[in-house]
Design a protein around this ligand. Structure first.
Ligand code: NAD
Ligand code: MG
Length: 296
């Protein structure tokens, strides 16, 4: 793998569909994905853009969160990793990669649907890393429901408890610790702007995240804290084979102007930019990393 700064054609830089048909049970395992996703393990190059920062990242074992954790460590940050207990092995791999950079990693397994867990992970991060400067609220659940006839209250409850409530729970718990210059970054989605028919519950939550970013950014800038979001397009992570029917996996990413799925490592620079002081005048923004699909 060449480093991410080698000039090349982005349309062929990473695998293009068709992908082999595949399915997994949630929350999914990166090691069962074919082709293997790229989280920057060998490709992300840091330039010390987050010196001495302390970051808490949810969904940090796999996919986008894993890529962000690796990138933050290479940019000079210590990292607290939140993930589901069944993802322990993958989270330990991320912790090893962070420690290989000479940075601290702490492991915080648990269920974000529990309010107390959201508070506890903030408190443990502050206690063990000596503070908190960057909060990446990234974990997500994405059930597909093809018809309103199959709508279930429990599905919407779960989507909102995983995707929306932690924005409020974690930010409330974190804000007393966040000094001016701190950053909060939430993961929205192209689905929050241009939804697919079978993702109504998810799309509602992702539109909500974008609007939470816009509202909360205006509140927290008074304390010198910037709040922004990232809206990924189709990204090759375990979320897809865990939630999307196998026939849709084969053509995954085909609908984008670039003609392929994104890799988790391709998201990391946006999260680094929004966390670092170089984005000092950017707030209330949701950056599209979508292979050319437009946020409407
Ligand atoms: P992923 O499966 O690697 O990450 C999702 C993570 O969410 C899991 O690893 C898990 O740790 C965490 N999670 C789920 N339910 C949880 C719970 N109850 N408690 C604690 N943690 C929980 O997939 P990903 O694609 O990297 O997802 C990261 C974010 O990106 C999600 O918010 C997702 O909606 C968003 N996103 C993904 C895509 C895509 O195509 N992959 C596109 C747009 C947005
Ligand atoms: Mg995972």
């Amino acid at each position: 793998m060449t480093d991410m700064y080698a000039m090349q054609d982005p349309t062929t830089q990473f695998p293009r569909p068709p992908f082999p048909p595949q399915q997994q049970d949630g929350p999914g395992d990166i090691h069962k994905m074919d082709p293997a996703p790229d989280h920057g393990e060998t490709s992300y190059v840091g330039f010390g853009r987050l010196p001495g920062r302390r970051a808490l990242i949810t969904g940090a074992d796999s996919g986008i969160g894993r890529a962000v954790a690796i990138a933050y460590a290479r940019e000079g940050a210590d990292v607290a990793l939140s993930y589901l207990p069944e993802e322990q092995t993958q989270a330990e791999e991320v912790a090893e990669l962070v420690r290989a950079e000479g940075r601290k990693a702490i492991l915080l397994p648990g269920d974000l649907q529990q309010e107390q867990y959201n508070i506890d992970i903030v408190d443990k991060t502050v206690a063990e890393l000596g503070g908190l400067d960057i909060l990446v609220i990234n974990a997500g659940a994405m059930p597909t429901v093809d018809s309103i006839d199959d709508f279930e209250t429990a599905t919407l409850d779960e989507v909102l408890k995983v995707n929306i409530y932690p924005l409020f729970w974690m930010t409330k718990a974190a804000s007393p610790h966040l000094k001016p210059g701190s950053a909060i970054i939430a993961t929205s989605s192209i689905q929050g702007f241009d939804p697919s028919p079978s993702l109504a519950e998810y799309a509602v939550s992702k539109a909500g995240i974008a609007n939470w970013v816009r509202a909360t950014a205006q509140q927290l800038i008074e304390r010198g804290i910037r709040v922004n979001g990232v809206a990924p397009g189709p990204i090759w992570t375990p979320l897809q084979p865990a939630f999307v029917p196998t026939e849709k996996i084969e053509s995954f990413g085909e609908q984008t102007p670039i003609g392929r799925a994104g890799q988790p490592v391709e998201l990391a620079p946006a999260y680094v930019f929004l966390a670092s002081q170089e984005s000092s005048y950017v707030l209330g923004e949701v950056i599209a990393v979508t292979g050319g699909m437009t946020l409407t």
